[in-house]
Design a protein around this ligand. Structure first.
Ligand SMILES: Nc1ncnc2c1ncn2[C@@H]1O[C@H](COP(=O)(O)OP(=O)(O)OP(=O)(O)O)[C@@H](O)[C@H]1O
Ligand SMILES: [Mg+2]
Length: 404
């Protein structure tokens, strides 16, 4: 393996000596940033060992390494360095005093012969490609409940015995991690995208960078979203597409919580390389075997939903589109709210048999306050019952389509 360093000189010498002692070649010891940015791509480096602090490690360096197919390991001298690396989505961080074998153990196993710490509890990860199904959960602006539905469907499918990954691809208001009480300091999806960019994302890496929502009812994996939405340029369409492909070879069901917008206004830009904020949502909707479209069951929510529905079916060609109207309640729409919703959808959208989910403030708050799913926090609530039926129907129809 060809190693370069971007470290203080004492540390650079120590690491270089150790790398060489373990049979690796040290190609460059970069000292100045300018020299690094201009020299790294052509340096024939496999792995760059850099300080993990903000003075050395930043988005520009990560992007350059991604584009050049170079792996990065960050050496941390303390919590500020570690936090900087985590904020950037770099998971390969280790204390500056680490030995060479410890550094090498962080690198991709297939590439450099190192063995990683992987969980062995996922049936899909160990065997051959699972060829899982992908469900994107989408809905218009106005917080109709995309995240709630995505989490609930993931939990119900996991409880039914499937392996499940939940991806937070909402580049405007990602919220899966806080809803599930998970850390979102190091966004799992951004880390997956970085690995996908160098074609090094596989089941083992997904095991490592995803977080686990653990439950006696059924655990599932989560690729957390961007805590800081300004990082959206990292989630390009191509990268997100590759992450979804890798997930479908990893688990039975990949559930994606998307943003509200798939507008492509940026397309009028003549620069095709310009990043697009809605790229992650568009890529998710394009890759999905099924799309769950979620609307809110009040007059404003329904009219927004009906307008957006037309755009959705024009733009995307998913195997199936399932309509969910959430937060259905008489106080917002009148007596017999389910009937009202059904008639409105039929009359103005030609949509029949929507899944109706009742409004249930206390069940949702019980889930939010405990950072648990509805299945765990309010298993006997009506809203959970509706989510369970939705997941069962969708799961069965997708599995039978695969069998047929
Ligand atoms: N059936 C329901 N009954 C009562 N409250 C609900 C229901 N579904 C969702 N909520 C609440 O509505 C709020 C918005 O839900 P959620 O975050 O799932 O929406 P979203 O469409 O993902 O919104 P955002 O645009 O923020 O991503 C949350 O506080 C959630 O707890
Ligand atoms: Mg959301």
């Amino acid at each position: 393996m060809r190693v370069s360093t971007y470290l203080e000189s004492d540390l650079a010498s120590k690491i270089s000596r150790e790398a060489e002692r373990h049979g690796h070649q040290v190609v460059r010891k970069f000292r100045k940033r300018k020299e690094l940015l201009s020299g790294l791509p052509a340096s024939a480096t496999d792995v760059l060992i850099t300080g993990a602090g903000p003075d050395r490690l930043d988005f520009e360096l990560l992007s350059l390494s991604d584009r050049s197919g170079i792996s990065i390991v960050g050496l941390s001298a303390g919590p500020i360095d570690r936090r900087n690396a985590m904020n950037l989505g770099l998971n390969e961080v280790i204390d500056a005093v680490a030995s060479w074998p410890e550094i090498q153990a962080l690198l991709a196993p297939g590439e450099f012969g190192a063995v990683k710490d992987v969980h062995s509890d996922s049936s899909a990860a160990g065997g051959g490609p699972a060829q899982g199904r992908v469900i994107a959960v989408w809905g218009p602006a106005g917080a109709p409940g995309r995240t709630t539905v995505a989490i609930s469907v993931a939990a119900e499918l996991a409880a039914a015995g499937s392996t499940v990954a939940l991806i937070d691809a909402d580049t405007h208001s990602g919220s899966v991690a806080p809803c599930l009480g998970l850390l979102d300091e190091a966004p799992g999806l951004a880390a997956a995208c970085r690995l996908a960019a160098t074609d090094s994302l596989n089941a083992q890496e997904l095991e490592r960078i995803s977080e686990t929502y653990s439950s006696a009812n059924g655990s599932f994996r989560v690729l957390t979203g961007l805590g800081r939405p300004r990082r959206w340029p990292e989630l390009s369409a191509e990268r997100v597409g590759k992450v979804i492909d890798a997930c479908s070879a990893w688990v039975d069901f990949t559930i994606i919580d998307t943003g509200f917008s798939f507008e492509q206004d940026e397309e009028i830009s003549s620069d095709l390389m310009v990043p697009r904020r809605n790229a992650a949502t568009i890529s998710s909707l394009e890759s999905a075997d099924a799309i769950i479209e979620v609307g809110a069951g009040d007059p404003v929510g329904l009219s927004r939903f009906l307008r957006a529905h037309v755009d959705l079916i024009e733009a995307f060609n998913a195997g199936s589109i399932v309509t969910v109207i959430n937060k259905v309640r008489a106080s917002a729409i009148g007596a017999n709210p389910g009937g009202q919703v059904e008639r409105t959808l039929q009359r103005f959208g030609g949509i029949s048999r929507p899944h109706l989910i009742p409004f249930d403030h206390s069940a949702l708050d019980a889930a939010l306050i405990s950072g648990r799913t509805l299945l765990d926090a309010a298993p006997r609530s009506q809203v959970r019952g509706s989510m369970s039926r939705l997941a069962a129907e969708l799961g069965q129809s997708m599995l039978s389509r695969r069998a047929g």
